[in-house]
Design a protein around this ligand. Sequence first.
Ligand code: DC
Length: 223
Amino acid sequence: MRKNILIAIDGPSGAGKSTLAKAIAEKLDIMHLDTGALFRALGYAALVKGFDTRNSEQAAELVNLVKLDIEFEGKDQKVLINGEDVTPYIRTEDVSIAASNISVHPIIRDYILSQERQLAERESFILDGRDIGTVVLPNADVKIFLTASPQVRAERRLQDLIRAGDQNAKYEQVLQDIETRDSQDSNRQTAPTRMADDAVLIDSSNLTIEETVAKVLALVDQS
Ligand code: DC
């Protein structure tokens, strides 16, 4: 029998990492961890408490006040803050920005890093995020850096928001938010969005999800 397999998918906001990771997890019958959801849960918790997500002292206080748990129902991931399932509340634009802001603080990253590694030790996993191939799982069996043009990513994100019931979402605003997050996530000091030296770059701007999945499965076969 094959040993556990670990797959890392990194890339900027809206590149389709989670959709891809979910599809691969289904095909290979392994677990998927959306690590963005962890930062989103803490960003959401900070907003609820009225904290300034850019303030590192308040970030430290948040880590003391809240307990983040990750649970799976089958393959469905839930994030809990102090025992409450906050999964339904973490996909808004406000939480996207709060997550990006709060992810800058090393104390937040360390807290999440230990949880990510504990999970990945247990069984085969595909993790998607920004620093999986570089920091979280430097020894992953397969590393993908998934990207797409900001315009394509904004259009996909807009459709997600509309599907989720946000009829006021505007393309220009979504594009601007994506560019702000790209810049913040790539330029922070700790674990910025970066392609690992041994990762494979996939630009999904002109690929369907099926084509992207096929490329990753081929890489898994070769690993
Ligand atoms: O993938 P996402 O859009 O759900 O992530 C939300 C924010 O969380 C993102 O803007 C930056 C942060 N993040 C991170 O810093 N590292 C990760 N591995 C995943 C997300």
